[in-house]
Design a protein around this ligand. Structure first.
Ligand SMILES: [Zn+2]
Length: 128
């Protein structure tokens, strides 16, 4: 059964809401970046280089993850009106509507996603 218009509209709303939220979060993070810069300018006095460096690592990881998710959301929004949306990119089966509602950016059905994650041991990259 193809995706209903109502389901597509629901998914579009969810994706757009998440996109708006992420853009707002990124704006918050740039404010935090200024705070981190203030810490950095004082590190000669505080001797906290290790702390500052680990903060940098967390910030970089978080920015990379946000960029990846934002790209996934944009791609899902673009595919939403095409016949490919909701179709597993590996086996061509329809992805369960409940799965799409939980995670509108998924590209694979549950079985293929599990196989994909098993084949691509992404250390620390586990999602869901
Ligand atoms: Zn599949």
């Amino acid at each position: 059964m193809p995706l209903t218009t109502a389901l597509r509209n629901t998914l579009r709303d969810k994706l757009q809401q998440r996109r708006t939220q992420m853009v707002a979060d990124l704006r918050d993070e740039s404010i935090n970046d200024e705070g981190a810069l203030a810490v950095r300018s004082h590190r000669g006095e505080t001797d906290d280089e290790a702390v500052v460096e680990s903060m940098d690592a967390v910030e970089i990881a978080s920015t990379a993850r946000d960029a990846t998710e934002l790209a996934a959301i944009d791609s899902a929004l673009q595919r939403l009106d095409t016949p490919d949306f909701g179709i597993c990119i590996d086996c061509g089966a329809e992805i369960e509507p409940a799965r799409l509602l939980a995670e509108p950016t998924v590209l694979r059905c549950t079985a293929c996603q599990q196989r994909f994650e098993h084949q691509h041991h992404t250390p620390g990259g586990a999602r869901l």
